[in-house]
Design a binder for this molecule. Structure first.
Ligand code: 5RP
Length: 223
């Protein structure tokens, strides 16, 4: 038995539970995806001064609710960034980029004092990327070159056909990586010429995960 009838109900519950971890007023960094979309609908409660959006889709949604979206260049820092994840582990390391917004997500998160991750428990994993392929944003001309380097590292890259990121780049989804050291692999992949960034969020991990489980909301931090 679950308190929630659907996965969407879990996402919505995680979003609601995150509100108390977010500053009232001020400027909030806002991620991208279906879980964050539930949070955006609740943001009027926080009476924000403005938001920094991690994607065009999020910016449009915020604006529709009358929340001002500001350019990150006009902001010195953020008290908090809130986002979902494709996977998260007990170290608060994440895989992100299922929605192809990983680069802007990583940039906005990098200027925030606190990263609040909101997920349903299907995203909670023992080891990153056993199930979910690792997204890597790549400059289009470097697609094949980057793919070959990734194969040399033991991964199986697949070109995400028909997807162009907000930055005009392409995505490689990498299967079969055995991620034993997320910090090292994040750096190694980012060092490949042509890689814009990869979807491992370990160098800048979550500070708290709000996880919606069958029994209700659990707040988890790194162990
Ligand atoms: C987008 C992301 C999202 O945070 C991730 O894909 C989770 O999305 P959802 O909340 O829809 O499951 O990284 O690039």
């Amino acid at each position: 038995m679950s308190l929630y009838a659907t996965q969407d109900e879990k996402k919505q519950a995680a979003a609601k539970a995150a509100l108390k971890h977010l500053p009232k007023g001020g400027i909030l960094g806002v991620g991208t995806g279906s879980t964050v979309n539930f949070l955006i609908d609740l943001l009027p409660e926080l009476q924000l001064e403005a938001a920094v959006a991690s994607s065009e889709a999020t910016a449009q949604r915020l604006k529709k609710l009358g929340i001002e979206v500001v350019d990150m260049n006009s902001v010195g820092g953020l008290d908090a960034y809130v986002d979902g994840a494709d996977e998260i582990d007990r170290h608060m390391h994440m895989i992100k980029g299922g929605g192809a917004a990983l680069t802007r997500e990583k940039i906005v998160a990098s200027i925030a004092k606190k990263f609040v991750c909101i997920v349903d428990d299907s995203k909670w994993v023992e080891q990153l990327s056993r199930e979910f392929p690792l997204p890597v944003e790549v400059i289009p001309m470097a697609r094949s070159a980057v793919a070959r380097k990734i194969v040399a590292l033991g991964g199986d890259p697949a070109y995400r056909e028909g997807v162009v990121t907000d930055n005009g780049n392409v995505i490689l989804d990498v299967y079969n990586l055995n991620i034993l050291n997320a910090l090292e692999l994040e750096k190694t992949l980012n060092d490949i010429p042509g890689v814009v960034t990869n979807g491992i969020f370990a160098l800048n991990k979550a500070d708290i995960a709000i996880v919606a489980t069958n029994n209700g909301i659990e707040e988890r931090t790194a162990v």
